[in-house]
Design a protein around this ligand. Structure first.
Ligand SMILES: [Zn+2]
Length: 406
C-alpha cells in the first residue's frame, strides 16, 4: 500500500469551533501523556483503559473518536520519549505545544469534488473546512484508486493521507544500475546486447548546500548576541535551501524514472541504510549524505507508483572491486579505476557495474549480465543535467537523451 500525504491550506481563517476542538484535542493528548508517564504505560490500548473514562468526563464536548485518536498521538509521543530515554539522552517530560489534531478516516467526511472537510465536534455539531484545491491536489482527489486515510488538522492547514494499492512491478527488459554520488548518479544502462555508461548530474545540489552552510555560519557570527534572531534567520535560510535541493532532486528522479519506464528497465541502487558516520567530526559528510538518501526516497516512491522494479544491493567494496577479474583494491583514490588486469573505467561508473553484478549474481536483474565486450567505452548518455530543465517544457521529460562522445 502506498501512501501520499498532500498538504491543503485552509480557504479562509479557521472557524472558532475548530479552534476549540484543536485546543481540546491538545488537552486530551497532554492528559494522556501525563497519565502514561505516571503509570509507565505507553501503548494506545493501555492508555485507553487507563484514561478513557476520565477523559470522557473531562471533555464531554469532544467526539469520542477524537479522544481515542488523542490517545494514539499520545502513545506515539510516549514511545519516542522512551526510545530517547533508552538511548541515554537528557530529555524533559514530553508535552504537545502546538495545536494539532488527528482524525482517522471514519472520524471525518471529505467532499472530494468540492474540497470540503466535514469534521464532527460532538453530537449534532460539525464544522466544515473549505480547502484550497490546486491542480496538484486534483490528481489525488479525482483518482478513485486513492482511498482516504487519516487527516491531520493544524491551525492553517490540513494534511490528508491518500492510500492506493500500487501496480505490480513489470518484468524488466533492461537494467539501469546507478551509483549515487554527491554531484551525480553514475551508472550503466544494460540491454540484452549492449551496455553504455549513463550519468545524471546535479552539481548545484552541493553548491546550494555549501552556500547555505556559509550563510548560516556568517549569520551566527553576526547575530552572536541575539540567538533568537539568528535561529529564525537560519531557519528561513534552511527552508529556502531545502526547497531548492528538493526541486532539483525531483527533476533528476523524474527524468531517470521516465527513462526507466520508457525502456522497461529495473533500477539498481545501492542500499544506503547501513552507511553511518560518526558523530560530530564528520558532520559535513553526514550533511552531504542527506541529498543522496533523499534522492533514493523520491526515486523509490515514484517508482512504486509507476510499477518500476527497484533493486537495492549492498554497496560494500563496490568502489574498489574490479568487475572483470574480481581483485579488490586497498584505496579508492583518483577519478579512474585501474586494475592490474588492464580494465580501467571512471570510478563511479565502475562502482555501478559492481552494483549490477551483485544484483545479477542474486538473480535480481532479470537474467541480464554485464558483458565487458558489449560495453561502449566511447559514449556516455546524459540522462539529466541542470541546463536541461531550462531547455525542456515542464512536462517534456519524455526520456529523451543525448549521447556525448568524449
Ligand atoms: Zn581486474
Amino acid at each position: 500500500m502506498s501512501v501520499r500525504s498532500p498538504i491543503f491550506y485552509l480557504d479562509g481563517p479557521l472557524a472558532s469551533q475548530a479552534r476549540f476542538l484543536l485546543e481540546d484535542f491538545r488537552l486530551a493528548t497532554n492528559g494522556a501523556i501525563r497519565a502514561g508517564l505516571q503509570t509507565g504505560v505507553s501503548s494506545r490500548n493501555a492508555l485507553n483503559k487507563l484514561a478513557y473514562k476520565d477523559s470522557r468526563k473531562e471533555y464531554p464536548g469532544l467526539y469520542s473518536q477524537h479522544i481515542v485518536s488523542a490517545f494514539e498521538v499520545a502513545a506515539g509521543i510516549l514511545k519516542n520519549h522512551r526510545r530517547r530515554l533508552k538511548m541515554g539522552r537528557a530529555v524533559r517530560p514530553p508535552y504537545v505545544k502546538r495545536l494539532m489534531m488527528k482524525a482517522e478516516n471514519q472520524a471525518y467526511k471529505f467532499d472530494r469534488k468540492e474540497g470540503v472537510v466535514d469534521l464532527p465536534v460532538r453530537a449534532g455539531l460539525h464544522v466544515k473546512l473549505k480547502l484550497v484545491v490546486s491542480q496538484y491536489h486534483r490528481r489525488y482527489l479525482d483518482d478513485d484508486a486513492y482511498s482516504l486515510g487519516s487527516l491531520t488538522l493544524l491551525p492553517d492547514k490540513v494534511v490528508i493521507a491518500f492510500r492506493k494499492t500500487p501496480p505490480k512491478p513489470f518484468v524488466p527488459k533492461s537494467v539501469l544500475s546507478l551509483d549515487t554520488n554527491e554531484r551525480s548518479l553514475d551508472g550503466v544502462f544494460l540491454r540484452e546486447d549492449s551496455a553504455v555508461a549513463v550519468r545524471a548530474e546535479f552539481p548545484d545540489v552541493a553548491i546550494f548546500q555549501q552556500r547555505h552552510h556559509d550563510r548560516r555560519k556568517k549569520l551566527q557570527k553576526k547575530k552572536a548576541n541575539d540567538r533568537r534572531t539568528a535561529r529564525a534567520l537560519c531557519k528561513r535560510e534552511g527552508q529556502r535551501e531545502h526547497n531548492r535541493v528538493e526541486y532539483r532532486l525531483h527533476q533528476v528522479a523524474n527524468t531517470v524514472l521516465s527513462f526507466a519506464k520508457g525502456h522497461e528497465s529495473a533500477i539498481v541502487l545501492e542500499d544506503l541504510t547501513g552507511i553511518r558516520y560518526k558523530k560530530g567530526k564528520d558532520l559535513n559528510r553526514r550533511l552531504s549524505m542527506w541529498p543522496r538518501r533523499e534522492l533514493h526516497r523520491i526515486i523509490e516512491y515514484k517508482a512504486e507508483d509507476k510499477g518500476i522494479p527497484i533493486i537495492k544491493v549492498d554497496p560494500s567494496y563496490s568502489s574498489r572491486r574490479c568487475p572483470i577479474c574480481g581483485r579488490t583494491q586497498h584505496s579508492r583514490m583518483g577519478t579512474e579505476f585501474k586494475c592490474e588486469c588492464g580494465w580501467h573505467l571512471d570510478r563511479h561508473i565502475n562502482a555501478s557495474i559492481n552494483l549490477l553484478q551483485t544484483a545479477s549474481s542474486k538473480g535480481l536483474a532479470g537474467g541480464l549480465r554485464f558483458d565487458p565486450g558489449a560495453f561502449r567505452h566511447d559514449a556516455m548518455m546524459i540522462l539529466y543535467e541542470p541546463a536541461m530543465a531550462a531547455r525542456s517544457e515542464p512536462n517534456g521529460m519524455s526520456g529523451e537523451l543525448e549521447v556525448v562522445v568524449p
